[in-house]
Ligand binder design. Structure first.
Ligand SMILES: C[S@@+](CC[C@H](N)C(=O)[O-])C[C@H]1O[C@@H](n2cnc3c(N)ncnc32)[C@H](O)[C@@H]1O
Length: 234
């Protein structure tokens, strides 16, 4: 498998996100500002629309509700959008305490606390902890910009990051028909496919892609955000 690298940035530090969400809490309390929509409203809407359009495929075999986890949920915008579309078994997880504080505050104000569980947890160590009860598995796990942020951490070894991230996905993704959706601006489609389907640890296959705007530069074409959906194989 071809080795991919990425430059580190302040966006890879927990301190950065804690400060950002403290600012978002202040803005929310001061003038009800719901905060920044990472990758924009358009992509978020497309992701929600895709989920709606595939609802019958995503539905668990026992006919129960689709359990959705937003990995690195930030200000929770995606979770609220899903709730508005009728999804009521939602979980948000983030390692920034302030993110979860903001999500809980908004959930309480919107009256949706019974439909939304939240956890302060690090994606990279989640598989080793018993924070999420063993019996809770998700039918759909979504990552919008979180894997990007994690890979920018200057102190982490990228191979270890990929391995820990996959271990967490494997531990909490329902065994059977279940899906992982990722939106990334730091990794290309080929790199994401390599990382998530071609490592020895891998248990996913590419299922679908959400079209994102293309840009042309210097004669070559590319997408500034890639959004892929993988299905669990075993
Ligand atoms: C680019 S933001 C995206 C936030 C959210 N998904 C959205 O679309 O608005 C990245 C998020 O990942 C979270 N994050 C970064 N590293 C993490 C880790 N190791 N475990 C859990 N969350 C992490 C950050 O706190 C931040 O909320």
């Amino acid at each position: 498998m071809e080795e991919s690298t990425i430059n580190s940035s302040i966006l890879g530090t927990k301190e950065y996100w804690e400060n950002l969400y403290q600012q978002e809490i202040n803005n929310y309390l001061d003038h009800s500002d719901p905060g920044e929509i990472w990758f924009g409203k358009g992509l978020t809407m497309k992701m929600v629309k895709w989920i709606k359009s595939k609802s019958s495929q995503l539905l668990p075999d026992d006919g129960d509700q689709i359990k959705i986890l937003d990995l690195g949920c930030g200000n929770g915008h995606l979770l609220y959008s899903l709730y508005q579309q009728g999804y009521t078994d939602l979980t948000g997880l983030d390692y920034a305490d302030k993110s979860i504080k903001l999500v809980n505050q908004m959930a309480s104000d919107l009256g949706i606390v019974n439909n939304l569980k939240t956890y302060v947890a690090d994606v990279l160590t989640l598989y080793k902890s018993n924070l999420i009860p063993e019996r809770i598995k998700f039918n759909l796990i979504i990552d919008k910009g979180t894997f990007d942020a994690i890979c920018l951490n200057p102190d982490l070894d990228l191979n270890q990051v990929k391995s820990d991230y996959l271990a967490t996905l494997e531990a909490i993704l329902f065994k059977g028909r279940s899906f992982f959706m990722i939106a990334s601006c730091n990794w290309t489609k080929d790199e994401l496919i390599n990382m998530f389907t071609k490592s020895s640890q891998s248990f996913l296959s590419l299922y679908d892609e959400i079209e994102t705007p293309q840009f042309s530069f210097g004669g070559s074409k590319g997408n500034n955000v890639t959004c892929l959906i993988f299905q669990r194989l075993s």
